[in-house]
Design a protein around this ligand. Sequence first.
Ligand SMILES: Cc1cc2nc3c(=O)[nH]c(=O)nc-3n(C[C@H](O)[C@H](O)[C@H](O)COP(=O)(O)OP(=O)(O)OC[C@H]3O[C@@H](n4cnc5c(N)ncnc54)[C@H](O)[C@@H]3O)c2cc1C
Length: 386
Amino acid sequence: MTDPGLIVVGSGPAGVAAADAYRARRPDAPVRIISADGSHPYMRPPLSKDYLRGETDDVGMHPPKWFRERDIEVVLAAPVDHVDARERVVRAGGVTYHYGSLVLATGASPAPLPVPGGERALQLRSLDDAETLRGAARSAATAVVIGAGFIGCEAAASLAMQGVSVTLVAPDDLPQEKRLGAEAGRRLRELVEKTGARYLGGAKVDSVQADSVRLDDGTTLPADLVLAATGVHPNSAVASALGLTLDDSRVVVDEHMSTSVDGIYAAGDVAFAFNGGAGRRLAVEHWQDAEDQGGVAGAAAAGDDATWSGVPGFWTTIGDADVKYHAWGDGYERSKMVEHGDDGFTVWYTAGDGATVGVLTYNADDDYDRGEELITAGEPPPVEMS
Ligand SMILES: Cc1cc2nc3c(=O)[nH]c(=O)nc-3n(C[C@H](O)[C@H](O)[C@H](O)COP(=O)(O)OP(=O)(O)OC[C@H]3O[C@@H](n4cnc5c(N)ncnc54)[C@H](O)[C@@H]3O)c2cc1C
């Protein structure tokens, strides 16, 4: 019988890495990526940064030739709406495809803004979203960005750098105070404000009007453009219909990205994956980790013994400042900010037993690299945590 090969659902970094890793091990089996997205696989990180600022249009992940050379078929604008795990078939765009192994790399979608008029707010996940946002920014004098996660901070900075008068509003007094601590939050606010954007913390949005945003204290902020960057929900409808084990809407997988059903793997933002280094499952929403997990899923689907064990991490660019983060990402007990002479900083994060569990750096690459080693080894940071 001919090998039905691999089907990957989703054309983000996890999906493309899975296809590539499988192809490298199975040169002759069919490999197909099926995606709901109509655009050729692209990189999301630039969409809130240089793409939004109009500095680049080139966001392709790989040129089409790259996929042709690897004989990876890419089916676009074809949402998968049914999978039969017993027959091993997938249905997308009315067409049925057979698979030997299946990787679900369906990522996540922006959470809707749950206030009256919330549907008026733009969102930012896909290249189409980014094109709409970039177009709206061209004619906007004022903008409100709701949510001060990294995408909100980056987008607010990029809009402000184009001369738009931007207010970034969020419930935390300081950006990401709950996640990263007050000292880190203060520095993130400085980086955002350096680009000309204003940060308004402790703010709760009451409604979005045609040309303004109303806060629950009665304040009205003028807004030709509103962007909601209020977090994402995993795209787990297909996994849920399959009866895969989910946790908080994420697909539960082991360190090989295997789901609870034989022959089906999940990777990237949709997965709740076991990390061999951490010794527990982690929910991460980072580009490099999605790619790493996808590589593990593709290798495992091809019969290799790959595992996910690296320390998760990402870089964010706020204006022209690169802030870098390595962490298990599921909490810390203590944090310590170390300021560097050149405006740079390092924040060390430790668990109750003193082990380093995270490091956030700006202009401090040595600490970023050392931090990854210390987190991996479970050793304390090189500073007194008092
Ligand atoms: C604006 C922006 C900036 C970012 N910047 C950074 C950054 O600087 N650093 C960083 O580490 N991370 C960044 N991220 C996060 C990073 O992009 C994500 O963590 C990463 O894309 C997750 O990859 P993924 O492959 O799991 O999912 P995704 O990239 O979301 O891809 C999922 C794919 O699945 C498809 N899909 C979903 N459902 C179906 C279905 N039923 N059938 C078929 N296809 C389906 C989607 O269309 C999509 O192609 C950013 C994200 C955004 C939106």
